[in-house]
Design a protein around this ligand. Structure first.
Ligand SMILES: C[S@@+](CC[C@H](N)C(=O)[O-])C[C@H]1O[C@@H](n2cnc3c(N)ncnc32)[C@H](O)[C@@H]1O
Length: 221
């Protein structure tokens, strides 16, 4: 039997959301403040936020890097799963997004454990090297740079540390055409490069969790 990815029955989705109480008041407040601040509605889904929290907890994460903060929805979720003395370095290019996230971390009680770095991730990442090696790197920013973010993760994760990449299905645009065309061609090629490096087996042992967006997960060998 060829089992398909995922489950698109809305009744099952709402049952799971209710039974697992996926979005509590704190996350709802972050999502609503993010929207009121005029930021795009592109934070991870509540189920993916729970994945981040539970994976962090399962891995005993103490030091994590997030690329793409937005309003702090995923960052708060990561910190909820991290050890009590864990610190998250999270990178955001847009100062307005970073300001909303700072308030989210404050309300969640994580003001002293979330370090927001405002700038382009490719500029900020080299400055974090000295704080490594890291237990977890979560990639959720511009898709064109996923291969460079993965290379940084490979260099800065401890052995057994994990990289997570959201939007691994590239919003349904992950074609396998040899030469993709149009506006998405650069991001399609970048996402394929990301997958193929993760899958090659030299640096990581990897899988893709078939969430709505596709959540790539590689463990550093
Ligand atoms: C999908 S959102 C992140 C959502 C967030 N991880 C969450 O689930 O709550 C992507 C974020 O990455 C930021 N971003 C885009 N390009 C970036 C770059 N080159 N460096 C750092 N941040 C970037 C965007 O401004 C946006 O806030």
């Amino acid at each position: 039997m060829n089992k398909q990815f995922g489950n698109d029955d809305p009744k099952v989705a709402s049952y799971i959301a209710r039974v697992y109480a996926l979005e509590d008041d704190l996350l709802r407040d972050i999502r609503e403040r993010t929207a009121r601040g005029g930021l795009p509605d592109i934070q991870v889904a509540a189920l993916d936020a729970r994945h981040l929290e539970v994976l962090s907890r399962a891995m005993g994460v103490r030091r994590a890097v997030e690329i793409g903060t937005l309003g702090g929805y995923s960052g708060v979720s990561l910190l909820r799963g991290m050890r009590d003395d864990g610190v998250l370095d999270t990178i955001e290019i847009d100062p307005a997004h970073a300001a909303i996230a700072a308030e989210s971390f404050r309300r969640a009680g994580f003001a002293d454990r979330a370090r927001i770095h405002v700038g382009a991730a490719l500029d900020v990442l080299p400055t974090l090297r000295a704080a490594g090696p890291f237990d977890l790197v979560f990639i959720d920013a511009d898709k064109e740079s996923y291969p460079q973010y993965l290379a940084w993760a490979a260099d800065n994760l401890r052995q057994g540390g994990a990289v997570l990449g959201d939007n691994a299905f590239l919003f349904g645009k992950l074609t396998i055409e040899p030469t993709p065309k149009g506006d998405d061609a650069v991001s399609v090629l970048a996402m394929r490069d990301f997958h193929e490096t993760l899958a090659a087996g030299k640096l990581f042992r990897s899988t893709v969790l078939p969430t709505g967006e596709g959540l790539a997960l590689g463990v550093r060998l």
